[in-house]
Design a protein around this ligand. Structure first.
Ligand code: ASP
Length: 343
């Protein structure tokens, strides 16, 4: 048998994609991934060797945790030299969080890590799982001059490859479940696979891979709404257990100019709390100082999340705090794009 062009490690963590329907009982049950090739014979037509590894107990992604992010990262780290690319099968509900977290964990990637899943189980007649899986594997196998074309953490769903840390789950019903509103997709699958080379992260193959595995979870996300009370704001911002808050603000980063609101923010910052300003809009970003309703935040030392997603912001925050970045430099580092997560 001739040697295949690439070798791919397929990591199954759980989620709908790995289910099959027992047609006698109608119930969904986990699929044995060792039997993947038997179930999806199309995979043997791909020009790549596929090995599979599965979480001992596959999970619904609502049960995903930073410890499990580390487990996924360690599987990849251990077999990094052996494979050309990695495809992670994951429930769609928290896929944007896990894949964003992994993007911060891996520095100097020279190989692709592609997350995918599906809205319908792989054993369902109308499933979207097969296309998502097959194309993810194809994209992870892509090479030019013997080197991987994609060298970042991505998310593939319904004919589009996205930079993972730019994505958000936008629909619980449609096959098109994800969007990347502030960054173009990296590739599209139609009659041909169309790669948008100009939008891929540049790679530096001379730098050594680094894997960061610490997260600080003393963080919170608070979405501002008309009617929010001082008690609620203080419960988040002036709370001994919470070190940092992602504040989802209106429009381009605006909040009420009320005295109590301002005092609460000021008090939190004096007490060394980190506050990140992200927009609650699906697209666009924070421009502090554009309106009077945000210029005071800038003066107080609130950090701008620019056009980062909430998912990427909270993961970046846990990653930076977990790696003991001092509060003094945290603002500068947070406001810098580390893995293409902000413009
Ligand atoms: N609840 C499932 C999960 O996120 C949904 C899915 O797989 O798409 O694990």
């Amino acid at each position: 048998m001739s040697k295949k062009a690439a070798s791919i490690l397929l990591i199954y963590t759980g989620g709908t994609i790995g289910m099959i329907k027992d047609y006698k009982t109608g119930a969904l049950r986990a699929f044995n991934f060792d039997k993947l090739l038997e179930r999806i014979p199309e995979l043997s037509h791909l020009d790549c060797e596929i090995q599979t590894i599965s979480f001992e107990e596959p999970i619904d992604s609502s049960n995903m945790t930073p410890d499990l992010w580390v487990q996924i990262a360690e599987i990849i780290e251990k077999s990094y030299q052996e494979f050309d690319g990695f495809v992670v099968l994951h429930g769609s509900d928290t896929m944007s969080y896990t894949s964003s977290a992994l993007s911060f964990m891996f520095e100097n990637l020279t190989k692709p890590i592609i997350f995918t899943g599906s809205q319908l189980p792989i054993g369902d007649l109308r499933t979207d799982a097969k296309e998502n899986l097959i194309t993810s594997i194809q994209l992870a196998s892509l090479k030019a001059n013997g080197k991987s074309v994609i060298t970042e953490v991505c998310l593939y769903f319904e004919y589009k490859l996205y930079r993972a840390n730019r994505t958000t789950k936008i629909n619980a019903e449609h096959f098109q479940a994800f969007a990347s509103l502030n960054y173009p997709c990296l590739a599209e699958s139609g009659v041909h696979l169309k790669i948008h080379y100009e939008d891929l992260l540049p790679v530096n193959r001379r730098k050594k891979l680094k894997v960061y595995k610490s997260f600080n979870t003393n963080v919170a996300i608070l979405k501002i709404f008309p009617g929010i009370t001082p008690q609620v704001l203080n419960a988040f911002l002036n709370n001994d257990e919470i070190e940092a808050v992602v504040l989802e603000t209106y429009g381009a980063g605006n909040v009420p100019t009320l005295k109590w609101f301002n005092a609460c923010i000021e008090n939190a910052i004096v007490n060394q709390k980190v506050i990140i300003n992200v927009t609650q809009c699906s697209g666009g970003g924070v421009i502090m100082g554009a309106y009077e309703t945000s210029s005071h935040l800038q003066k107080l030392g609130v950090i701008s999340g620019g056009d980062i997603t909430t998912e990427a912001a909270v993961c970046k925050l846990m990653h930076l705090l977990g790696n003991n970045i001092s509060k003094k430099v945290l603002k500068t580092i947070f406001e810098t794009s580390l893995r293409g997560e902000m413009s």
